[in-house]
Ligand binder design. Structure first.
Ligand code: PLP
Length: 392
């Protein structure tokens, strides 16, 4: 018996446990202070009523002999795939039902998809970014190279034709920086991927936060992307499904080698996955009705209002940041050349506020800090008053 030694190469992530410990100690020693958390990467509003209504109906169906459902299709029920297909049609992207795979979330698919790729592939990952891309590749022992995202490139690194990569991760809108690629920039990535016979793993988990119609919400809005890109999407942030669990991945038939990857993913899923529950898929399909779309937009607007409050405060203080406009994340440059932990301590000990040190997302996050809009309007305003009064 031999264990997978690659696990030894994973960096222990002390980020969230260190944050939790510091915050708990602070609360114990300062019981009179109201701590406001703007570090949360999870939604806070409940599921919308349209989703709940459909979910209840599905539960009742399960209680009835005539409508009860056992195992469903591993790749998702057609009713949900059809809704996803129509959602893409609104972005002028036409998909076949069998290019859509429903899953229990983007995180699982991002990790599981690596089953299909050889360990010898070179992986290009932006820094900073959602840490799952790095860790899942370390677990497999793949070589990782980094694309530096920094202030100079507005946290949107572009391809370097002198460097070859086989697998490329792009996350737009980005976690943690909130930066969004525009059409021309994505065209260059698609061109690079096609020139290098590479695959883009495009994480669109935050696409619904994009409110400017000129910005792409799917990589397939770019010509040639179906030849080189797989898109991962999720109901988590779109519709508050973080605890319900549902997502979907698009694997185009046109992708490389004569439809091979779509067939391999189907084989992988039918072998190792037994599908998302009927109740959850019914709930997810309610997101795409016109009432569902209206209701999720109300929730997204609530978060956007918070993001606006944060951005306006930073603007008044002249603190640099990215994100906020098309993202629940605001990525700010720590004032006075502080590193991200020094700034974390200042926010906690002086202002009783919690955010996330940028260092947790990669080397290039060392002097940056992530705030999120996932709190109440009242608490976000109160938090920003504290920031303004301290830094003005
Ligand atoms: N992708 C990004 C960029 C994320 O930030 C997250 C969650 O925070 C996920 C994927 C995970 O999504 P899901 O809840 O669908 O697994």
């Amino acid at each position: 018996m031999k264990l997978n030694d690659n696990y030894k190469n994973l960096n222990e992530s002390y980020l969230f446990s260190t944050i939790a410990k510091k915050v708990n100690d602070f609360i114990k020693t300062n019981p009179d202070k109201e701590v406001i958390k703007l570090g949360i990467g999870d939604v806070t509003l409940p599921l919308c009523s349209e989703v709940i209504k459909e979910m209840h109906k599905a539960v009742d169906e399960m209680a009835n002999k005539e409508t009860f459902k056992g195992y469903g299709p591993e790749q998702g029920y057609d009713f949900l795939k059809q809704s996803i297909k129509e959602y893409y049609e609104k972005k002028n992207v036409s998909l076949e039902l069998n290019e859509i795979f429903v899953s229990d979330g983007a995180k699982s698919d991002l990790g599981n998809f690596l089953d299909l790729f050889d360990k010898e592939n070179v992986v290009l990952i932006p820094d900073p970014v959602y840490p799952v891309y790095v860790d899942t590749n370390i677990m497999d022992g793949r070589k990782i190279i980094y694309a530096n995202a920094n202030e100079e490139n507005k946290f949107l690194p572009m391809p370097d034709s002198s460097i070859h990569a086989d697998l490329i991760y792009l996350c737009s809108p980005n976690n943690p920086t909130g930066a969004v690629y525009d059409r021309e920039q994505l065209e260059k990535w698609v061109q690079y991927a096609n020139d290098n016979d590479a695959i883009i793993l495009f994480d669109a988990a935050y696409e619904c936060f994009i409110s400017d119609s000129s910005l792409p919400r799917s990589i397939y809005e770019i010509e040639g992307a179906k030849k080189c890109a797989i898109e991962f999407c999720s109901f988590s942030k779109t519709a508050g499904f973080t605890g319900v669990r549902c997502g979907y991945t698009i694997v185009p038939f046109d992708l490389k080698d004569d439809n091979k990857i779509n067939k391999m993913w189907l084989r992988r899923q039918t072998t190792k996955f037994n599908g998302v529950s009927y109740i959850v898929q019914k709930a997810a399909s309610a997101v795409f009705t016109s009432e569902g779309q209206k209701q999720i937009k109300e929730n997204l607007n609530y978060y956007k209002e918070n993001a606006k409050t944060i951005c306006e405060t930073l603007d008044k203080l002249g603190i640099k940041y990215t994100g906020g406009k098309h993202s629940p994340y605001i990525w700010l440059k720590c004032p006075n050349a502080m590193n991200s932990w020094e700034f974390f301590d200042l926010m906690l000990y002086k202002l009783a506020l919690v955010g996330t040190p940028g260092e947790g997302f990669g080397e290039n996050g060392k002097n940056w800090f992530r705030l999120t809009s996932f709190n109440t309007i009242e608490k976000t305003r109160e938090a920003m008053e504290r920031v303004y009064d301290y830094f003005k």
